[in-house]
Design a protein around this ligand. Sequence first.
Ligand SMILES: NC(=O)c1ccc[n+]([C@@H]2O[C@H](COP(=O)([O-])OP(=O)(O)OC[C@H]3O[C@@H](n4cnc5c(N)ncnc54)[C@H](O)[C@@H]3O)[C@@H](O)[C@H]2O)c1
Ligand SMILES: [Zn+2]
Ligand SMILES: [Zn+2]
Length: 361
Amino acid sequence: MPQTVRGVVARTKGAPVTVENIVIPDPGPGEAVVDIAACGVCHTDLHYREGGINDEFPFLLGHEAAGTVEAVGEGVTDVAPGDFVVLNWRAVCGNCRACLRGRPWYCFNTHNATQKMTLEDGTELSPALGIGAFADKTLVAAGQCTKVDPEASPAAVGLLGCGVMAGLGAAINTGNVQRGDSVAVIGCGGVGNAAIAGARLANAAKIIAIDVDDRKLEWATNMGATHTINGKDLDVVKAVQDLTDGNGADVVIDAVGRPETWKQAFYARDLAGTVVLVGVPTPDMTVELPLIDVFGRGGSLKSSWYGDCLPSRDFPMLVDLYQQGRLDLDAFVTEKIGIDDVEAAFTKMHDGTVLRSVVEL
Ligand SMILES: NC(=O)c1ccc[n+]([C@@H]2O[C@H](COP(=O)([O-])OP(=O)(O)OC[C@H]3O[C@@H](n4cnc5c(N)ncnc54)[C@H](O)[C@@H]3O)[C@@H](O)[C@H]2O)c1
Ligand SMILES: [Zn+2]
Ligand SMILES: [Zn+2]
């Protein structure tokens, strides 16, 4: 029997979100219904509600979530009712050209539920990133459920479902930070702070945090930054060079995603160093550089999609590190809120007063 539950819906472009009754079908073949425990508020949810992702309104928002599998459809064997899971937006297909080459973290054909969740009048909903977890329950592809230690706090580990994984992975997977490296991170929101935590996990020797907001730099210091730079007051490239014997950092991560920050990243890295772009630019943005600088500085210029993560490999491992006290996921949870508070959380995110607000369901 389909069930009716509460969910946070963005009905039209730019309008405040509303809590609505939504209808969840029984899981079909390859699908699962998950009883959501907690879901973080990510910048991408706000992008959806502003029409910045696509025009497929109404959206069911929320996509950084943990919960318990309630029911599974035909043919599902990897997860079962009662399993505690973190939801992911990279349910790899196993058959695309990336998967077949043994690089499933680049999968070009990831799975989502086939059936649609709807409003009570039958209007089909578009779930954010194929998840839609600001809701008591949601319908996903079974492969979007990654089993983790059920003892872990849902509010903390749910964040691995998007922004925190993107930042950790930008450092560990894409940037391939090594023991002893110097790392600079530009932009210290949830994603940048996670990149700092990732650099620390990888035993970087020097971790330089850069932001234009002193509050964010304080968070970054707690997360493991060894040095901070306020980009409002200082020439960022020179400041990073000054902190690295005049050379620049081995890995520079741009967690803002603007032409000016990417250029700072480009010039603030050491010769043969690595730039990682994890902040998401808008389609109108361009950069112009002397080509000789691209050649002459060597190294690699990379982008990081979802931290190049493989959920089945990375989520359980990171939850274990969290449980052992080696990765402080609780530090990302600035506040726990109710399902009616998502719009207020967008305002706080915009004002920079939170790393993450987490909806408890
Ligand atoms: N690549 C991915 O898979 C992925 C996944 C999730 C989020 N993201 C993207 O990562 C970016 C960051 O997300 P977030 O949740 O941390 O956002 P956020 O708004 O919490 O953080 C952005 C930070 O950048 C700082 N900042 C802004 N302009 C700056 C400048 N010129 N110099 C230095 N710092 C500056 C802000 O003060 C803020 O602290 C966004 O673009 C988001 O869309 C990417
Ligand atoms: Zn694939
Ligand atoms: Zn997100």
